[in-house]
Design a protein around this ligand. Structure first.
Ligand SMILES: Cc1ncc(COP(=O)(O)O)c(C=O)c1O
Length: 382
């Protein structure tokens, strides 16, 4: 039995009549930029997340860029962010002319190590971008306290974590801004690029709204330099069809994660992150009762030189898809060489890059496929 890493057709195909209807509605309206479809989706998203303001934007990347621009972050400023994340988190910091200051990962959760963040604060630090990696909240209580103490802004990169919670509040609504990606493989996936910016601050929302449209207010008057960061009316309409199904997608992902955990933890030598890892050959992702995980990824760690790559080859040979998020931390990327880091400067992130492997966990995968993946993993190890 082949098991693909992803199957976007299963989810979108099930909604084909409603998606078609939304497409035809937009087509026939002739209204393709902003307008009622975007307004309606923004309202639904604000309601769903609990944010006072939700702005539809062109991508998760542009949401981060817009947040940084709205906060006036630029040359001379430093912004703290993880090195073990997708490129966009730090790429946007560099694009506004500020300096990304990397911090190492917590050895247990994949998210920011708060103590390492604290060590790297300088008089130039303006903001922290915690990433809720793989769908689990970062340690927001500690990070928000650190930000408050040092007068720093917080932009939550919730690209992978829409719907995830921290103490029952949705991520993306805890800092000054939250940024969401609707990249097709995210938990709420558009049929193209799309994203959203969340905030509870009316003034920041207004600033971001103006920047989203070239800094234009009123028409053809520009007091600030913005860009075109708009969400398409078509994507808004399609996302509006999918949003009501989001709780079902999350429930399915949680069931899938629970099944992986149950089956894999029954294998000898398998432990959960943060517990007696020394003798383990497979380390399962750790969760916390304070954090409602939405499982954008189910990511294992396979310690031991070359073991992770060997497992991946073993799975590939059996027709099982997997992916490495991420094979090289940002501090080791060529484009950030100017920051002068050595690989060992962030030892946890460096180690993670050699150990992680993400398994197929999309909502429609089905229990049988998960059993197959677990069987294949069981065959690989002694
Ligand atoms: C952590 C993180 N930040 C930002 C982004 C950027 O989102 P987008 O692809 O919608 O621009 C992604 C998307 O993969 C992501 O995973």
């Amino acid at each position: 039995m082949n098991v693909n890493l992803l199957d976007l057709k299963a989810q979108n195909g099930a909604l084909e009549p409603e998606l078609n209807e939304a497409f035809l509605r937009v087509l026939r309206s002739g209204h393709f930029i902003m307008g009622p479809e975007v307004d309606r989706f923004e309202k639904a998203l604000a309601e769903f997340t609990g944010a006072r303001h939700a702005l539809g934007v062109s991508s998760g990347t542009d949401a981060i860029l817009l947040a940084l621009m709205a906060l006036g972050i630029g040359p001379g400023d430093e912004v703290l962010c993880p090195t073990f994340t997708f490129f966009a988190t730090a790429g946007c910091v560099a694009r506004v002319g500020a300096t990304p200051v990397f911090a190492d990962s917590c050895p247990v959760t994949f998210n920011l190590d708060v103590r390492d963040v604290a060590r790297r604060i300088t008089p130039r630090t303006k903001a922290i971008i915690p990433v809720h990696l793989f769908g689990q909240a970062a340690d927001m209580e500690e990070l928000l306290a650190l930000a408050q103490k040092n007068n720093l802004r917080v932009i939550e990169d919730a690209a992978q974590a829409m719907g995830a919670t921290y103490d029952d509040r949705q991520v993306g609504t805890l800092g000054d801004f939250g940024t969401i990606s609707f990249f097709p493989t995210k938990n709420l996936g558009a049929l193209g690029d799309a994203g959203a910016l969340l905030t509870n601050d009316a003034e920041l929302a207004q600033r971001a709204k103006i920047l989203r449209m070239h800094g234009m207010e009123p028409k053809y008057m520009h007091h600030v330099i913005g860009g075109n960061f708009r969400l398409d009316a078509l994507q808004a309409a399609l996302l509006g069809v999918k949003l009501p199904h989001f709780p079902d997608y999350t429930a399915a992902r949680r069931r899938n994660a629970a099944l992986y955990t149950e089956r894999l933890s029954a294998l000898p030598g398998v432990v959960t992150a943060g517990t007696s890892e020394k003798e383990a050959w497979l380390i399962l992702p750790a969760t916390s009762p304070r954090k409602g995980h939405i499982w954008n990824q189910y990511t294992l760690r396979v310690p031991g030189e070359g073991r992770r790559d060997a497992l991946r080859m073993h799975l590939t040979a059996r027709g099982i898809g997997s992916e490495i998020y991420y094979p090289l931390p940002l501090h080791e990327q060529t484009c950030f060489a100017y920051l002068g880091h050595r690989p060992e400067d962030f030892p946890v992130a460096h180690r993670f890059a050699g150990e992680v492997i993400s398994l197929p966990i999309y909502p429609e995968i089905g229990a049988e496929a998960i059993e197959e993946v677990c069987r294949a993993i069981g065959e690989f190890f002694p």
